[in-house]
Write a protein that binds this ligand. Structure first.
Ligand code: ADP
Length: 256
């Protein structure tokens, strides 16, 4: 199997802090992989290494692309520019790629429509709710049609209901586009709903200590949340994570 992303024996230290690894990770084309783990275990570091924003201390990362299309990343904070219109924000990555303006506008408007934001193309982000801003961020990342989507807790700042809605939207979207995705989250529910695989990381330095495949065929919907299999897997993952969270003494938050 040809991998879209392949990490071997990745580690990262910051000064005295051994933040991550060693971690091995492979993403096959179209696969949606979720990573859960206690705070400070190196999840963001792993994602930043995958995005090429941070170098690993040791180990290798290979990304195989079949076209000049870029990987894309959605940051935890929205990364939306308040001085640009919604349309210009969504077009941002396309402008960087030097996609001709007319085509870029068409693609940006298409993604805004898919995210239910067609009427807000000319608005400024300050006029939008948190959930709408996050939809703009998702539309911007997807508009460049990345080969690999890297998402770091994209819904963490949203309330529970909105989070559920956006999970369902992202689920439908990625099942349509078959975009290879690496998704970091605190939420076990989110990981189970979205993931083909869920990787559980240890306390720092984060290593992958377990892997589970949610037993739900695709295309699936958010309805799987109410099945006994969902509850059972959530319990199992929480048992795996519980010991690691206790090891991380500075962690106040408990995964949802
Ligand atoms: P997580 O995303 O799982 O919460 P991070 O990857 O953000 O964890 O951080 C892992 C560890 O590495 C933490 O102890 C954090 O303080 C440390 N760390 C992350 N980035 C840096 C940095 N740029 N400089 C120094 N320490 C860092």
């Amino acid at each position: 199997m040809h991998h879209k992303l392949r990490a071997r024996e990745l580690t990262r230290t910051f000064g005295e802090t051994h933040a991550l690894g060693p971690v091995d990770l492979q993403l096959t084309p179209g696969e949606f992989v979720c990573v859960v783990g206690p705070s400070g275990c190196g999840k963001s570091t792993l994602l930043r290494i995958a995005a090429g924003l941070t170098r690993p201390s040791t180990g290798t990362l290979e990304i195989s692309t079949s076209s000049p299309r870029p990987a894309a990343m959605i940051f935890q904070d929205y990364g939306i520019y308040d001085w640009k219109t919604v349309l210009a924000n969504v077009r941002f990555g396309l402008d960087i790629q030097k996609v001709p303006r007319r085509e870029a506008n068409t693609r940006a408007r298409d993604w805004l429509a898919r995210m239910g934001l067609a009427d807000f193309a000319d608005a400024y982000p300050s006029a939008l709710s948190g959930g709408m801003r996050q939809r703009v961020a998702i539309a911007r990342a997807l508009a460049v049609e990345p080969e690999i989507l890297l998402m770091d807790e994209p819904f963490a700042a949203l309330d529970a209901q909105l989070r559920t809605i956006l999970q369902d939207e992202l689920l439908a979207l990625t099942q349509t586009t078959r975009t290879t995705t690496l998704f970091i989250t605190h939420s076990l529910e989110e990981a189970i709903v979205l993931g083909d695989r869920v990787l559980v990381m240890s306390a720092r330095p984060g290593r992958v200590i377990a892997e589970r495949r949610p037993p739900f065929a695709r295309p699936r919907t958010g309805d799987i949340r109410s099945t006994p299999e969902f509850t059972a897997l959530k319990g199992e993952l929480w048992d795996l994570l519980r010991g690691e969270v206790h090891q991380e003494q500075h962690t106040a938050a408990v995964p949802a």
